[in-house]
Design a protein around this ligand. Sequence first.
Ligand SMILES: [Zn+2]
Length: 175
Amino acid sequence: MPPFEYSISHTCSVCGNTDYFEVSKREAAFNLIPYNGKDQIPCSNCGSKEFKSWGGSTPELSKDLFYEWASNENLSFLSQDEDIFIADEKYYDIILELIDDKNTLPSKKQELYSALCVMVYDENIRMEYDNVTSSPFQTKVLMELQKRQLELVKCYVYDYIKDVVYPLIGLDKLQ
Ligand SMILES: [Zn+2]
């Protein structure tokens, strides 16, 4: 277990030891690793600089972290699949707020729209699993997507998600 509230870690490929380094919540959220390249800190057990894996805490994202992210091209929560990472019902309100915020960068809007589509997609899977035919949450997300169809079509959304989501808001017929 990491000894700090927020940490990053590396695991040595020679001896298997894992070292943890304390970082702030902001550094953890944005994956701002305080060491890299030539400054790489050697394994505390054997001194090797070869690592087989890196890890880090993923903190609950606060509103200010989201706002900072939305207006700064250089910040990302994860290097890949950021949309899937933020596609969580607990972030729904802030996602909508940022989609309509003038300071949100187009590249971040793209991630936000994509996250809403992922939410709809995930709800479909959950409904199937729970054997229910409606989801108030999904209906809510679909209504918001429908209102913003013109912006949505400009965004890149994975085909397998598009195939499920677009017919639900009548967008498939416009494509
Ligand atoms: Zn080692």
